[in-house]
Design a binder for this molecule. Structure first.
Ligand code: NDP
Length: 305
């Protein structure tokens, strides 16, 4: 299979590219900095693309079997109005440009057959203790939810061009290097930090291997369409999650970090850690996907042990 990947230089995309190359697939990468992408990713064809300037070059899209679209500016920054606009556009407008490039290919047989698009657990908003499956509607009045819904809606427009569109709604991706886990573990290693607020909010965690495993399963499946929740089967609260990290790094976790202090420090962005999402991988079975790391303790041992 020949796959074009956006966001390929990121935490998830770079592991996806490794896995595609390891199984003998060909990879084309679209990056704002093609040279850096080539250096970081090795045996890939890399093309420069500034999504704010228009659609990607046809040479990176035409004749490919599939596209995996993961590009997006980090949400882990201060949410000024300008930053929110950039965060949103880097997903929604980027996807619009990508679909425009596919539409511009005159010969339908030269269009990619599949689009696997990113999305996030933020789609559902703060859903308390209820299990959340893929048929749950998006939250309203919530920046992350509105953005995820708009991102998915753009991706779905590719279905009108004949593509099979699968959406991977991702929870908190846990990796040994990069992403949230090292940032959460660092203060705990120094005996600082703790669970957040009352710790009862659910954390929709997933091991990086399973995040990429689900993306590959969505790529490979001949008919799967629509969303799949990318969260491990074992649902845990923030308190259980934090204590599990403490166990693996052999540090007791005894005190909470007050939610009001986080809200004061982070503003609206605090919802990233205070919202509850008991997202379960309801449709992963339809993909025939078997989790490599279904249990939190084992996943953390693998990543931090
Ligand atoms: P990263 O932040 O590690 O990488 C995202 C990539 O997107 C970058 O490598 C970059 O590629 C590209 N990018 C960054 N800013 C912009 C911009 N302003 N415009 C266009 N492209 C940009 O993300 P992850 O790998 O962690 O996540 C991949 C996707 O999955 C993201 O869209 C994210 O929202 C989603 N996700 C991730 C979660 C996680 O826990 N990691 C949780 C939920 C969803 P380049 O510089 O090569 O152009």
């Amino acid at each position: 299979m020949h796959v074009t990947v956006t966001g390929a230089t990121g935490l998830v995309g770079s592991r996806l590219v490794q896995r595609l190359l390891a199984r003998g697939d060909q990879v084309t990468v679209l990056s704002r900095d093609a040279e850096r992408a080539r250096q970081a990713l090795g045996a890939v064809e890399a093309h420069a693309w500034d999504p704010t300037a228009g659609p990607p070059p046809a040479v990176a899209i035409e004749g490919r079997d599939a596209i995996v679209n993961l590009a997006g500016e980090t949400v882990n920054q201060r949410w000024s109005d300008e930053a929110k606009a950039r965060i949103r556009d880097s997903r929604v407008e980027t996807t619009r440009q990508l679909v425009a490039a596919i539409a511009a290919i005159d010969d339908p047989s030269a269009r990619p057959g599949t689009l696997v698009n990113g999305s996030a657990s933020g789609y559902y908003g703060d859903t308390g203790e209820a299990e959340v499956r893929e048929d749950q509607p998006p939250a309203s009045d919530d920046f992350l939810a509105e953005m995820a819904a708009a991102w998915e809606a753009q991706a779905h427009t590719a279905a009108g061009l004949g593509l099979r569109v699968a959406i991977v709604r991702t929870g908190l991706v846990l990796a040994a290097h990069g992403g949230a886990l090292p940032v959460i573990a660092k203060p705990l290693r120094s005996g600082l930090g703790g669970w957040i607020g009352n710790g009862r909010q659910y954390v929709p965690w997933i091991h990086l291997d399973d995040e990429v495993g689900l993306q590959l399963a969505a790529l490979d499946h001949p008919t799967f369409e629509g969303p799949v929740n990318a969260a491990a089967p074992e649902a845990v609260t923030n308190k259980a999650f934090t204590k599990a990290i403490g166990r693996v790094i052999h540090r007791p976790v005894l005190v909470p970090a007050p939610a009001f202090a986080l809200r004061a420090a982070l503003g609206e962005r605090a919802q990233l850690v205070t919202d509850s999402s008991r997202m379960v991988p309801g449709r992963a079975a339809e993909l025939g996907y078997v989790f490599a790391h279904p249990r939190l303790d084992e996943a953390l041992e693998d990543l931090l042990g």
